[in-house]
Structure formats: C-alpha cells, structure tokens
Design a protein around this ligand. Structure first.
Ligand code: NAD
Ligand code: MG
Length: 385
C-alpha cells in the first residue's frame, strides 16, 4: 500500500483523536493532510505540530490569529470559518476524507468531498440521516465508496465483504442500551446530564453519548444503515446487547446470520475504514472466549425510550422527516447539555417538531437546508432559548 493522505475533518473530537492514534501507529500507510477543529485551538495546534499537515482549518474565526501565529514557523496553511471547511474539502490535495465532525455541520464538507470524487470514511451519521438519498446518489455517480466508521455499520460492511449480490433478508443492529437500560420514565424524568454522560462501554463525544442514553443514536443508526446498505425500513432490526461484543449482524436470504465481533474500541472500525480493503496488524486488546462471560440479547423498550420509536417513524415516512428529527434532536440535546430541559423533554421537542414542520416527500438539497433551519427554529422556540 502506498501512503494514503487523510483529510481528517473533526480532528479534535473523540473519533478524530483516535484516528490520529491510528495514523501515528502506521506512518508508512497514512498521513494527516488536513486537520480541522471548531473551537479547540490548543489541541489543533498540538496536532499540527505533531503531524505536519498541509492545511488546518479552525471553525471559530476568532481563534484564527492564535492558530496562525502558533504555526507561522511551519509549512502548514491555516484557514478559518465555515466556508473554509467546504473550500478545503473541495481541494484535490488528499486521498480520503474521514468525516468526523459531529452533527449537521458535517454534511456540506462531506458533500464537497464526494463531489470531487474523494472516497469517504464516514463517522458523521447525521450526514446520511439528513440527506442520505442525495449523498448515496452522488457517491454512486462519482463511483466513490462510503466506508462506514460507526461500529455497527462497519460490522455490517465487514459481514458483506465477499457476498456480491447475495440478498440481505435483514440486518440486526446491536445496541448497548446505554446507561439507563431497564429504567422507566419515573426514573428518567430526574436524570441529569452528568449521569447521562456516563456510557457503560464507550467513551465518545457529548452529543452521541446523550443520543446513546436516549436511544436516539440507535434510531439515527437505523436510518444510516438504510441508506448505506440500500434497505427498506422493515429490513432494519434493533436488538439490545449490553456487552457490545457483537457489533451487528446480517441475515441473508437463506437465513444464515453473520456477525462481526470484538472488544468495543472505535480504533478498530476507524483503522478498517482507512485501510480498506486491507486489514492491518495492531496491538489492541483481543476478546478472550476463555474468560467467563455471557452474551445476552433483548428487545429494545421503545415505550420508555420513545426517541427510538420516533426515529423509526421518521425512517418509515422518509422525505425530509429524518432531517426534521435530526435538527430537533440536535437542539434538544444541546439544551439538555446546558441544563435547560430535562431528559424526557428531549423527546417532546423532537415529537412536536416532527408534527409541526411541513412534510416534503422528495426534497432537493436546498429544501433539506431549509427544513433543517425551520426545524431548528421551531425546536428552539419550544425551549425558549
Ligand atoms: P466530538 O464532539 O468528540 O468531536 C466533534 C468534532 O467536530 C470536533 O473536532 C469538533 O471540533 C468538530 N465540530 C463540532 N462542531 C462543529 C461545527 N459546527 N463545524 C465544524 N466542526 C465542528 O464528536 P465524536 O464523538 O468524535 O463524533 C463525531 C461523529 O462521529 C458524530 O457524528 C458521531 O455520531 C460519530 N460517531 C462517533 C463515535 C464515537 O465513538 N465517538 C462512534 C460512532 C460514530
Ligand atoms: Mg454506533
């Protein structure tokens, strides 16, 4: 393999920093060509000094002078602002984008990369939730792969290698159940952010950790899977598997089920996406069948964790409904993280926004942007932010 130049969008986040660990461990295979961050100038500067990228982008324009000054003695070019993310994504200076920005903000740069024909390692699930039809269609036109980084989708992708046109009967997405597995609304109503931020199996950014606690994350992942693997809504099933050892499964037309397993460590799916189609050696801890342990499975409780039911409903309706769901959820999660609303209020915000914003069965890209803005404004008005 020749060295692959990676444009790492969202390099200071949980996925971004773990991706840099993978790059640092394999300097002959990967280089960090582009690094971007929204606000964390200190970490971005540190990363740039270590990895020597061609370009860095700091989203927050106020931080530009600090980053510029700190990297003045290097050859790294520094840009700032939201537009710069799109402009840099459109430059033909890298081989693969790792889309690791969180939320809707990741959509436009990722689309720019697809439009110039760059393969994508996709962590940012919201991109597919918002505009999965346009993303997948454009990627197919440009003949570029979208390789999932999300552990469940990486598992399915790995199960599908070598299966050619064999028909998928359904996929089974595993869910840890989050920190509140088995709890009921009378408990959840009092949950505060510090508790919700404690995930049993994974250490992740704040937004996805809250989404995991409400099961919205699994709902977003169902929609993500539908687009990635070209499935209908009734081909996507969720099963709760608290140990997070089976990362997901595919059931084929003959009833045979393939599962991908391993210890929960995001560096593995990140490394797989960057190196695909090759597997490369690492020293990550291995799952040991000799140690006593039980793998268990149960139905998700969609009556208590209504976000999952709402996401299933949005997936079934299609059109701009997942975009509405996502926008309302982003507003609700950040309001919860600022202690403005309670845990169960997040679901209310999403449900009311889905009921309010006009449904469009086949939105254009512009209409997705408009839907996102309208849904955010309405959701924010419910919170009185
Ligand atoms: P994070 O909050 O830790 O990091 C987010 C990154 O995006 C940071 O580098 C930040 O600077 C950047 N960013 C934030 N807002 C931005 C904006 N408005 N414009 C530009 N950049 C912005 O998030 P994370 O946990 O690393 O998750 C990143 C994405 O990967 C999410 O979509 C998440 O759902 C997905 N994902 C994460 C994990 C995980 O283990 N963390 C697992 C599966 C999927
Ligand atoms: Mg996941």
């Amino acid at each position: 393999m020749s060295q692959k130049r990676i444009a790492l969008f969202g390099s200071t986040g949980s996925i971004g920093t773990q991706a840099l660990d993978v790059i640092a461990a394999n300097p002959d295979l990967f280089s960090a060509e582009v690094l971007t961050a929204q606000t964390n100038d200190t970490l971005l500067i540190k990363q740039a000094l270590q990895f020597n990228p061609n370009i860095v982008v700091i989203g927050d324009e106020k931080k530009y002078p600090i980053v510029k000054e700190a990297l003045a003695h290097t050859h790294t070019k520094v840009f700032a602002g939201e537009k710069a993310l799109e402009e840099v994504a459109s430059l033909d200076c890298y081989d693969m984008m790792l889309a690791a920005i969180v939320g809707y903000a990741g959509l436009k740069p990722t689309l720019c990369a697809i439009e110039i024909g760059k393969p994508i390692a996709l962590a940012n699930k919201e991109t597919l939730v918002v505009a999965g039809d346009i993303i997948m269609r454009t990627a197919a036109e440009k003949r570029i792969p979208i390789i999932p980084v999300d552990s469940e989708h990486s598992a399915i992708f790995q199960c599908l290698v070598g299966e050619g046109r064999n028909r998928i009967e359904k996929i089974i997405l595993t869910a840890s159940g989050g920190p509140f597995l088995g709890k009921k609304p009378n408990f959840l109503v009092n949950v505060k952010k510090d508790h919700a931020l404690q995930h049993p199996n994974w250490t992740m950014g704040a937004k996805i950790t809250i989404d995991s606690a409400t099961l919205m994350n699994k709902g977003l992942e169902m929609i993500e899977a539908k687009w990635l693997f070209n499935l209908t809504y009734d081909q996507v099933q969720v099963v709760v598997h608290p140990q997070s050892i089976i990362h997901s499964m595919v059931q084929f037309t003959d009833g045979s089920i393939k599962a991908q397993m391993g210890l929960p460590d995001m560096k593995l799916p990140i490394q797989y996406a960057l190196a695909f189609p090759n597997r490369i050696h690492n020293d990550f801890p291995r799952y040991d069948f000799k140690k006593p342990g039980t793998l268990t499975f149960e139905e998700p409780d969609t009556k208590t964790f209504r976000n999952l039911a709402l996401a299933m409903e949005a997936m079934k309706q299609g059109g701009n409904m997942p975009c509405i769901l996502n926008a309302a959820n982003e507003i609700a999660v950040y309001a919860f993280l600022r202690n403005r609303i309670g845990f169960l209020d997040m679901t209310e915000v999403v449900e009311q926004t889905m009921a309010r914003i006009p449904f469009l069965p086949e939105p254009t890209l512009e209409e997705y942007f408009e839907t996102d803005g309208e849904a955010r404004n309405f959701a924010a008005s419910l919170i009185h932010m």
